[in-house]
Design a protein around this ligand. Sequence first.
Ligand code: BGC
Length: 769
Amino acid sequence: MKKYLKHNEWCVIEEGFDPVNHQASESIFSIGNGKMGQRANFEEKYSGPSLQGSYIAGVYYPDKTRVGWWKNGYPEYFAKVLNSPNWIGIDVTIDGTELDLYKCKVENFVRTLNMQEGYLEREFDAILDDDRKIHVKAKRFVSMADTENGAIRYEVTPVNFNGVISFTPYIDGDIENEDANYDEKFWNVLDVNATEGGAYLESQTKKSDFRVGIAIKYHAMIDNKQVQAKPEVIQLSKWVGNKVEFEIKAGQTACLEKFVGVTSSLNYATNELKSNAEELVSYACHKGFDKLFADHRQKWAKKWVLSDIKIKGDVAAQQGIRFNIFHLNQTYTGEDERLNVGPKGFTGEKYGGTTYWDTEAYCVPFFLMTAPPAVTRQLLIYRYKHLPKAIENAEKLGFKDGAALYPMVTANGEECHNEWEITFEEIHRNGAIAFAIHNYIRHTGDKKYLAEYGIEVLVGISRFWSQRITFSQAKNKYVMLGVTGPNEYENNINNNWYTNKMATWSLKYTMESLDYVKENSPVRYNELVEKLRFDGDSETQRWKDIVANMHFPYNEDLQVHMQQDGFMDKEQIMADDLDPGQRPINQHWSWDRILRSNFIKQADTLQGMYVFEEEFSKEEIERNFNFYEPRTVHESSLSPCVHSVIATKIGRVEKAYEMYLRTSRLDLDDYNAEVHEGLHITSMAGTWMSIVEGFGGKRAYDEKLYLNPDIPARWEEYAFRITFKGNDLEVRVSVADVEIISHAEKTIELYVYDKLVTVEPNRSQTISR
Ligand code: BGC
């Protein structure tokens, strides 16, 4: 664990510069706006260890798979999240000496991520070799309002000398990904053009042919007065910029305001990238830094109204949840159905691809309740649009007749991950995608979605399950062989309880949904039957048979659902008995040793109990929790949150609180020693779940809303806001009572501690705890 950041309710603050923490901070202080974003790299040159990262949503590179023994069905490429041309750079010199914080003395360094207003700021004094001292302040944001613009204000004040300061704002197209499989660069630079006062660079990704156009402009000022210094125009083959120089006196401030306009072929014709990028940057430059920022700040204020969680009496917990909500909101805004929520968002390269099961299992619950329904709908439509590819993916593995296997990792619908036994066999993802449709409908009431889009996805998924399952004569039951469950520390196992559960649930839900559409939209039903060549009775007959006769491993002695058939053959050791020096085990043990051990990476059987909680008694959940949690090493960021929700359910609020801190401060305190690679964006939605579904006890059954709030001992009060069926509610929980404040336009009914509560528009109701 690393604990170098200050606790603060709205900001993340790093005081004092230590290069050892720099790469972690580059991840933590990342900024984005759903369309683009970047790590908190310094604007000026930095020669110390750093991971340069600038990303544009939807732009990826199909990096050829690297494996020793190629087997049929292997995905051909691993889609890399692309490090894109870098527009933040501003080289700075002081009387010819380059400013580089790795090489000079740094004092009074403060780096701040202001989450309320969405910007990154740095302030410090740099002392050069000959004792000349400068004070620097740099502020940067990527606009939430003008989503193709970003801006930087960079100020330098010589403290004890008069001298010459130069700024060189530039765009660098000579970019690489650290995780390239064959060490190649993924971009060709197509166009460079530097003029006095601005520059343009256009790049193209190799193979996938995405084009990106970046235009920059700037204002230079001394003590707030614009200066017309004649720049040196620099145009290299992959790099463009301008150098401006000023003579200034001690105490005066030289300032450069740099603006960017970013276009990509996702949104513009390739021959219009340049004109649009230039128009965008001129617009930003004309609008000016302050106005651009004011509009951006206003957008953030709106986002916070719907999604903020307030905690009284625990600043670390407050900062933790806001950090998570902030990053989720800047990673995905729901404006484009082609985009999704990558596990690292705009904060790093690791993981590749942009979409995992994380989206449906973790992010959907968050966006469903903190944003208008259209935002989650986009995530569902994303999968709907990928259905033909999911059918192709299944065909590549030998499935037929419209069976769909969604990819575990994807950028465009194709499977693009090359860890066969681990990710590829995690077919449980199909279940999460089916469940997300149900989850969306029960929270929004938008049942029309089934006839419009949902059924097609559900039928494809059910066909896959029905072909993937085999009948075991020995067991006289249906079984599911050769899978990996959510616990990636066991591969290629038989009858993973969670996967079997997801499969049978998907089949049941598909049949119910078909009945619903048949009854309510008969014309559309007939169209669908034809389009899908759906052979009603014979297909559903098999589905019913599977549902009725599926094998679920169970241990009678322990009265516990078994994670898989062979789980009890393993030596049973508790995680607390592990030598702390051996943890995390994935950084100390061989894969062989991990696979043979009983250690669980993340919730697996408990993940199923979380999803289908209403099917189990509290005692049953408790028994399973008490069995599995001690064997769990929580080495996936997705693990503590699910445990936290269940722990509250079974009345172990302090355990839930411990798990909450672990999930909410996972990156801030670097629990898994890997934050330098990027943040765990998707698990951040799990943090939100720990509060709203965990402590808040929010559930939605039969399209009704339930709350069952508890409160950790350290908290005086907490409050969250949720959107349910288009109605907006605020829930405040204190030790004494629960207050429901309605911001809805109509009367709301919900159940608090299982009692019906009615709240009129703009009124509140208080219920004693
Ligand atoms: C987890 C997976 C998850 C992936 C991306 C892995 O460490 O085990 O469940 O999908 O990370 O977040």
